[in-house]
Design a protein. Structure first.
Length: 337
């Protein structure tokens, strides 16, 4: 006589064993941050013990969810920041790792491959449940439209007094202050800023830096160059600055890529870094410690940022209307530039 198989374990079975509501079990199995970590781990361990099998297809159909999050790289060709930029790759990796912890997939998109109507392309089609955008961009109109439609949206970038959508980012103003203070401490008095202040993040870095120079009485000697986010831009702009005599002794670059291009240009012209010109970057990308000289920079906490982006988008998807913007502290990493 054949032995009849046992019926599959249900969420209700787990709830009875755990002594909690079925909704609590469902949220815990989906790594919903609303359920505290200790309870989630207890319920997940019990589910494994009971050999619970999640029917993801039925769940997604029932919830009308794709269990995917669109990640949009909000940059344009003229900005100079490529998708292969080490900063971008580090951020995407941090988001992907955190989404995996919550059993979500990452759907990669960019403005170049999406229509002007982000809502229709990414959400109405049920391709994804929410959107994480990396970069506020020069014009945040698409982000304002998404927020106005009630879409789940979190942006890595810079919040302004008029920003209504949820933003996670670094304290760029603080980072600019720290960079300027470090250069002044090294004795620099004739400074150059390399970065495109049309981007809110870069503008805040510039403002922090400039306010420190103004307080020190050096604002009139500061020069600002609208460099794009690339090694080539930093290299070319510094070469232009070096057409005459060397009349600056410090550079604050709005990204590590710009800083590395600037250093390369200085070295090719026979100038020493930091003896002749001190250079500070921004980001602390993985290659920064291995550059020559190792790059002094302002560190952004990318992995904490990726975790927060995912936590906040999932809370919105699950109906939490109290999600607010959050800025992370920056940190000076002193090396040899």
């Amino acid at each position: 006589m054949s032995k009849m198989s046992s019926p599959p374990v249900s969420i209700a079975d787990i709830a009875r064993r755990a002594g909690v509501a079925e909704s609590t079990v469902s949220r815990a199995l989906n790594n919903n941050p609303i359920i505290n970590e200790q309870t989630r781990e207890k319920i997940q361990a019990l589910a494994r013990e009971m050999n619970y099998k999640l029917n993801t297809g039925a769940r997604n159909l029932r919830l009308q969810r794709s269990h995917a999050i669109s990640v949009v790289i909000n940059t344009q060709t003229h900005d100079g920041q490529k998708f292969s930029d080490p900063f971008m790759m580090d951020m995407i990796g941090a988001i992907a790792d955190e989404l995996h912890q919550h059993n979500y997939s990452l759907l990669f998109s960019s403005p170049a491959i999406t229509s002007d109507d982000w809502h229709s392309h990414l959400l109405s089609s049920k391709r994804s449940d929410g959107i994480i955008v990396i970069g506020t961009g020069r014009d945040d109109t698409p982000l304002q439209k998404l927020h106005a439609m009630g879409d789940a949206l979190v942006v890595w970038g810079a919040a302004t007094p008029d920003t209504q959508y949820c933003v996670v980012g670094s304290d760029n103003y603080q980072g600019g202050q720290i960079a300027a203070q470090h250069l002044l401490k090294r004795g620099c008095k004739r400074l150059v800023f390399l970065g495109d202040i049309a981007h809110p993040e870069i503008n805040q870095r510039f403002q922090g830096y400039f306010d420190v120079l103004k307080k020190a009485g050096l604002a009139t000697q500061e020069r600002h160059v609208q460099a794009a986010f690339s090694i080539e831009s930093g290299f070319n702009h510094v070469n232009e600055l070096l057409q005459g005599e060397l009349d600056f002794d410090g550079i604050f670059a709005a990204s590590d890529n710009i800083a590395m291009g600037a250093i390369n240009a200085l070295q090719q012209q026979g100038y020493r870094v930091p003896e002749d010109v001190s250079v500070v970057g921004f980001d602390d990308i993985p290659i920064a410690p291995f550059f020559s000289p190792p790059l002094t920079t302002i560190r952004q906490n990318i992995h904490a940022g990726g975790k927060l982006l995912v936590e906040k988008i999932l809370k919105q998807i699950n109906g939490d209307e109290t999600v607010t913007s959050q800025m992370l502290a920056t940190e000076l990493v002193v090396r040899s530039s």
